[in-house]
Design a binder for this molecule. Structure first.
Ligand SMILES: Cc1cc2nc3c(=O)[nH]c(=O)nc-3n(C[C@H](O)[C@H](O)[C@H](O)COP(=O)(O)O)c2cc1C
Length: 185
């Protein structure tokens, strides 16, 4: 059976290039993976005072959406050389209550995306830091820094850049192997 991957996109923007890259990843992926896009836009801000036995419904929804997934694919833009706050908020909410993190042991990969040339390197590597603490095996190679993302899609959102599509195809093939290796048989 296909392994289920939670796709977590770090942008809420309607025309998000990150979301389009994420969509492309799902299109070029091996069939051994299936995907569920997780909506992190409705998740209210973390406040430890509210993290009780009856936390906000939006937190529970996020946790229950992630929990049954086998793996996670993070696709994120860069804000001020780091990950956007909405993404960090979702990560923090999924990580609590302490000892009950929904992220624990789930293999993951990161694709960072920017209209700029550097491909959101800063966001990609800042994101790796909490993933160490969260005990998520994060694929090291290939790395994915997708730059010039503003020029890669047609008006319908289809990726028109063949070399990037080819790169993402190889990336997703490696990720499928990574997921297989880091999930129970
Ligand atoms: C608050 C803010 C900070 C940004 N900082 C960066 C940055 O550090 N590096 C970068 O490459 N782009 C930066 N950008 C530009 C984003 O890459 C651009 O808005 C991109 O389209 C956002 O990703 P999305 O298309 O997936 O929404 C920033 C944008 C915003 C709104």
């Amino acid at each position: 059976m296909a392994k289920k991957v939670a796709v977590v996109v770090g942008s809420l923007r309607k025309g998000s290039f990150s979301r389009l890259v994420a969509k492309t990843c799902t299109e070029v992926s091996p069939a051994s993976l299936s995907f569920e896009f997780i909506d992190i836009g409705k998740v209210s801000l973390y406040n430890q005072d509210l993290d009780t036995d009856s936390p906000p419904a939006s937190w529970q929804e996020l946790r229950e959406a992630i929990r049954p997934c086998d793996a996670v694919l993070f696709v994120t833009p860069e804000y001020n050389r780091s990950m956007p706050g909405v993404l960090k908020n979702a990560i923090d909410i999924g990580s609590r209550p302490y000892g009950k993190s929904v992220w624990d042991t789930k293999p993951c990969a990161i694709v960072s995306v920017s209209p700029g040339a550097v491909g959101a390197f800063g966001a990609n590597h800042h994101l790796r830091q909490p993933l160490v603490f969260l005990n998520m095996p994060a694929m090291q190679q290939p790395e994915a820094y997708i730059g010039n993302a503003g020029k890669m899609f047609d008006d319908s959102g289809k990726m028109t850049n063949d070399s990037t599509r080819e790169f993402l195809t190889k990336f997703m093939a490696a990720y499928a192997i990574w997921v297989e290796r880091h999930t129970p048989k």
